[in-house]
Design a protein around this ligand. Sequence first.
Ligand SMILES: [Ca+2]
Length: 312
Amino acid sequence: MTKARLANQLSFTTFLILSLILITPNTLLTSPAKASPATYNVAISSLTFQTQNLTVLKGDTVIWTNKDPVTHTLWFVRVEDQSTYALSPPIQFGESWSHTFNEATTLHYYSFERLWITGFIRVSLFPIHDVAITDVAPSRMMITAGDSVSINVTAANEGTSAETFNVTAYYGNTILETGIISLDPNSQKRLTFFWDTADVAQGTYDIKAEASVVEGETDTADNSFIDSQVTVALTPTPTPTPSPTLSPSPSPTPSPTPTPSPTPTPSPTPKPMPTPDYTPYLIAIVVIAVVTAVSLIVWKKKTEIKKRQSQK
Ligand SMILES: [Ca+2]
């Protein structure tokens, strides 16, 4: 009897354990640990939707706020068959309108009054991991070696989960720098890289940025972005250096020539001058000599005359 009761108790315990084993996984599967629905804000400003592209989970809510001084009515169209998904009431300046997306679909939407203002919404049943590089912009396109260039890279999280990933900037195939960035879902951020081109060879380089692939990411085509080139020219300093050396060298050659020329000019000028100056002196000497000679002759003749008179 005791053995029978013990056997019954054991079988009941086994039943309980088996039930727990079987029921527990079912309970986990029927109520998956899903994050609470998220809410995203989109401003309608400067006649654009900011942010333009959204990826949300089924059950998430988006709030649009009109910051334009005009009315916007939002018209949502399913991409797969162009059927209308929803139409908002007219949203006046300063007003908001929200919508919770309960259908897993992909939507294109417009401002009904201005169909060229467009946005894009992907509604997913499961979390999406998708990061991207959406822009690469160097500060200058033409530089000389030694210049510094800043490169602005815009990285985005286009998925439904927060992500941390690497962003690497390149010139050509050479890595410039790698940075780490963390982004919330449906957000973007700009990173600035500085490129010192002192040791960079002359040439034209593709400026590129890459986002590392995050876990669970399938759309990797948008993780790399190349849109611009920078041309590095030779340093201008060596070029002008020889040219000034060559140009002044002929100029100094003629300049010393005229410099000595003024020196001889004054020296010959005073030398010929004294020559005519001596002439009157010579003339005076000649005149004095003649006068003296005449006087001597006259004196001699007078002396002879006196001698003769005294002899008489
Ligand atoms: Ca991607």
